[in-house]
Write a protein of this length. Structure first.
Length: 265
């Protein structure tokens, strides 16, 4: 296990370089959208198998003001996040992220790293229901968060039938260390998708912040975004594209996202 962890750390170093080169070479500049806009389901690498997903998002219409002094402005920010993963067993998977962004002024920077461990409970092959959890911890640059060390515990629940897929994540975000007061908060993310005769899926994803646990609610004051999405696979490359519309005052108005699953030999 230690050897595999070292491989993930080396992959992080490569990911930092790759993310910087992608952003620096962009022709246009691309609170900022999160590093990954995704509803977690039961996908897992096979034991001993590596994986690579590249998360991308761009905010064509959003806030022109940072949510804290020195923070990154959402509007016209482009974020690229390579995510390396490794299957520890049939039920556990390790992951490592490299966070990077090109801001509206063209400034390109690596913004930190995160590590995660994902668990999906064992189930019979003919059982369409699944559940599990994902824990991630990371250190980020000040322009993303006033507190450098943060974590997230994600509950994963869902159903995957021959045609329909439905999933929900209950995300608990919490501060580990830093100067700013930041009580634990809750977000509920959902996905509903239908598999067409063409083999691709059409669906909707909803991302809904509910605020700190001590004062849940007030949806009009939290970020709420609804995405129209398509999931497909082309020559072994898994693709998720989405167009998001924010419908609360704290949301960016429009967000474009793409997750590219790279065949990793």
């Amino acid at each position: 296990m230690m050897n595999q962890a070292m491989k993930l750390f080396r992959a992080l170093s490569m990911g930092r370089t790759a993310a910087f080169l992608v952003l620096a070479g962009s022709a246009a500049a691309a609170a900022a959208a999160p590093e990954e806009i995704q509803v977690y389901m039961d996908e897992m690498n096979k034991p001993g198998e590596f994986g690579l997903d590249i998360h991308n998002n761009y905010v064509p219409s959003g806030s022109r003001e940072p949510d804290h002094n020195g923070g990154l402005v959402s509007r016209h920010t482009f974020r690229v996040t390579p995510e390396f993963s490794y299957g520890l067993s049939k039920n556990f998977e390790l992951g490592a992220y490299v966070l990077s962004a090109r801001g509206p002024g063209g400034e390109t920077r690596i913004d930190g790293e995160k590590l995660r461990v994902k668990f999906i409970a064992p189930k019979a092959e003919d059982n369409p229901f699944f559940y599990g959890a994902n824990l991630e911890v990371g250190r980020v640059d000040h322009r993303l968060d006033e507190n450098p060390w943060n974590g997230e515990l994600k509950g994963i629940f869902g159903y995957k039938g021959s045609r329909w897929t439905a999933a929900m994540n209950a995300n608990v975000d919490f501060k580990i260390s830093g100067p700013a007061a930041s009580p634990a908060s809750l977000e509920i993310d959902t996905k509903l998708a239908y598999k067409t005769n063409g083999g691709y899926q059409l669906g909707v994803e909803s991302y809904n912040a509910l605020g700190p646990f001590r004062q849940l609610g007030g949806l009009g004051q939290q970020s709420q975004t609804l995405y129209a999405v398509i999931d497909t696979s082309i020559h072994g490359w898994d693709l998720n594209f989405g167009v998001g519309r924010g419908y609360a005052a704290a949301s960016d108005r429009w967000v474009l996202k793409a997750i590219v699953g790279v065949p990793f030999g």
